[in-house]
Design a protein around this ligand. Structure first.
Ligand code: BV8
Length: 254
């Protein structure tokens, strides 16, 4: 690598180890959380304007919260759906989609339900916590696409006697079958693991990094520290929307 390039990358603060790992990587995995969509205008869960600061988790993102007050839960998810549907992927999403085209194999494992990775052009995406694009019946499991205006509050009851609910994974619910196993397998075969925009507080996703094999470089991209910051190899206290394009640039300069 020319000194000029090295200076350029050092200026960006990317380690030579990470740059070389990206350029020779056979498989890069990105584990993403709501922080990646923050720069698309979607509130995070635990940030200053985070959702959980205004609502109790148990009342909104749990089966018993839904059973107790389905209209409240649908009102919350309909509001989030409007934000997700009208948001645009940001440079962080687009850099990961571009990285998938630039490298042999890239897997995005996301906790986000906003669909922005897919809209940015990523194809190999595992939605660990489901998606807001769909609803399904609690009794007969009939699925339906989410209407642009959200789920009508007068259409929650399904004719089978069940209720239509958002297609997301709530606290206390198992992750979609296959998605969790695929995520573990992906991380177990990664040469580079990027943990981007997640507080690493929600399990089992928060423990995925432990499946990284020996020799895989593990990297956190988050302005704030998290409980796993000092367990990973490198940490960049930068917004994803500026750091991920730098990673893409470094990976493409083979
Ligand atoms: C389950 C979907 C079992 C809907 C969500 C140990 C092992 C297993 C389970 C548990 C366990 N201990 C406890 C549990 C139970 C529970 C859990 O983890 N509780 C926590 C609170 C302790 N886990 C579960 O219930 C899971 N299910 O275990 O089932 C089972 C097994 C078999 C059979 C039956 C049952 C299900 C968890 C899924 C819950 N659903 N959401 C929806 O979206 O509404 S979780 C919710 O929090 C979000 O979806 C999100 O995915 C998740 C994590 O939040 P983050 O994405 O990290 O967002 P957060 O705001 O916290 O952080 C944002 C970060 O971004 C911050 O660090 C910030 O600094 C950073 N940031 C901000 N701006 C930027 C940025 N970073 C970069 N760039 C920026 N610009």
């Amino acid at each position: 690598m020319l000194l000029r390039d090295m200076m350029r990358n050092e200026r960006a603060g990317l380690s030579t180890r990470l740059i070389e790992a990206l350029r020779s990587a056979r498989h890069v995995v990105a584990l993403t959380g709501s922080g990646l969509s923050a720069e698309s205008g979607i509130p995070t869960f635990r940030g200053v304007d985070g959702y959980w600061r205004r609502y109790r988790v148990e009342d909104l993102a749990s089966p018993h919260g839904f059973a107790r007050d389905p209209r409240l839960v649908w009102t919350w998810y309909n509001e989030r759906w409007q934000r997700c549907r009208t948001a645009e992927p940001n440079p962080g999403h687009r850099a990961l989609a571009e990285l998938e085209r630039a490298l042999p194999r890239v897997t995005v494992v996301t906790q986000n339900v906003d669909g922005l990775h897919l809209r940015a052009g990523s194809r190999n995406v595992l939605e660990l916590h489901g998606t807001l694009r769909k609803a399904y019946c609690t009794r007969c499991a009939e699925r339906a696409p989410m209407p642009d205006d959200g789920w009508p509050l007068d259409a929650i009851d399904h004719d089978c006697g069940g209720r239509m609910r958002p297609g997301v994974v709530w606290f206390g619910e198992a992750l979609p079958h296959g998605a969790w196993e695929a995520a573990q397998a992906a991380v177990a075969s990664a040469d580079v693991l990027l943990v981007v925009g997640t507080s690493a507080l929600v399990y089992p996703a928060a423990g995925l990094w432990e499946s990284a094999p020996r020799g895989c470089i593990t990297v956190e991209i988050n302005p704030e520290e998290t409980p796993i910051s000092d367990r990973l190899d490198e940490r960049y206290a930068s917004p994803a929307g500026s750091l991920l394009p730098q990673l893409l640039d470094a990976a493409q300069r083979r």
